[in-house]
Ligand binder design. Structure first.
Ligand SMILES: NC(=O)c1ccc[n+]([C@@H]2O[C@H](COP(=O)([O-])OP(=O)(O)OC[C@H]3O[C@@H](n4cnc5c(N)ncnc54)[C@H](OP(=O)(O)O)[C@@H]3O)[C@@H](O)[C@H]2O)c1
Length: 251
């Protein structure tokens, strides 16, 4: 069960990094792609690949090296998101979409997916910004997140007969470990999460990891092309119901 090799693209920070730790704790071999790795001792099951995924040649070389080091790939999880504001639209698309396509195509061309009866799980992390508009995020973020959903559906149809499943996880708000302090100091936001989110709290990295592990793993053997929204039920609410529930000034 633990004899699997996972690649986590964008596993150096945030929820991606928490996923890497989860996979290591579960005994898997893990290859992490990103530009800035923490200087920490690395167990032999962990491969750190310093790569800007918008550099197509470097991305392909990193995939070759990852397979050389840790063997064929059981699953690949795409967590990366552009945070640079330089050429934001183009960079968002190349980091999120082009890199994902290039990586999948390279794994297929080189026959890098391992044999697995329950199939190999590809998981792309999108966002509820794939269909709602979050004004604090830029246009490229929205377009690239929406694009990931169709990328997944397209590949799901193309790759099903090869035993490769492709699914999406779409988080809403996630309070990452690094952001805990901010939310502690801004309790009013947490109170609003408790009030408006049906499950009574904001998401945590572990909530996203649980959905990824399910979709990447054998229990999702008959699931492909799906987008699981991990939002505590928030997007079930009509916009009007949220507006009406909003405290009046002074309440
Ligand atoms: N946090 C939330 O509330 C939330 C909500 C909805 C969806 N999501 C989605 O969940 C995923 C994880 O979010 P997060 O907030 O944990 O992300 P994050 O902390 O911003 O981490 C992003 C990751 O992407 C990597 N990355 C960015 N540009 C790269 C490039 N050019 N080449 C290689 N790697 C690159 C970063 O690595 P380096 O900097 O080391 O290169 C980092 O590991 C993202 O896809 C995000 O859109 C998050």
């Amino acid at each position: 069960m633990a004899d699997k090799h996972y690649i986590v693209v964008g596993g150096t920070r945030g929820t991606g990094r928490a996923l890497v730790q989860h996979l290591l704790d579960a005994g898997y071999r893990v290859s992490v792609f990103g530009r800035n790795h923490a200087a920490e001792p690395t167990p032999s099951r962990l491969g750190l690949h310093t790569v800007d995924v918008s550099d197509v040649g470097a991305l392909r070389s990193a995939l070759d090296l990852a397979v050389d080091m840790h063997g064929k790939v059981s699953s690949i999880v795409f967590m990366q998101r552009n945070r640079s504001s330089t050429d934001a639209f183009e960079t968002d698309l190349s980091v999120a979409l082009t890199a994902t396509r290039v990586a999948i195509d390279h794994l297929l061309e080189r026959a890098y997916f391992s044999e697995n009866e329950a199939g190999n799980g590809i998981v792309m992390v999108s966002s509820i910004a794939d269909h709602y508009i979050a004004p604090e995020q830029d246009l490229g973020y929205h377009v690239s997140k929406a694009g990931l959903v169709q990328l997944a559906r397209y590949y799901a149809l193309q790759l099903g007969h090869k035993g490769i499943r492709v699914n999406v996880v779409s988080p809403c708000v996630v309070i990452k470990d690094a952001a805990q302090e901010y939310y502690k100091q801004n309790g009013w936001i947490t109170e609003r999460f408790e009030r408006f989110i049906p499950l009574g709290r904001a998401g945590k990295s572990q909530d996203i990891i649980n959905a990824i592990m399910f979709l990447a793993g054998d229990q999702a053997a008959y699931i492909t092309g799906q987008n699981i929204v991990v939002d505590g039920g928030l997007t079930l609410r009509s916009h009007e119901s949220i507006i009406r529930d909003f405290p009046r000034t002074g309440q």
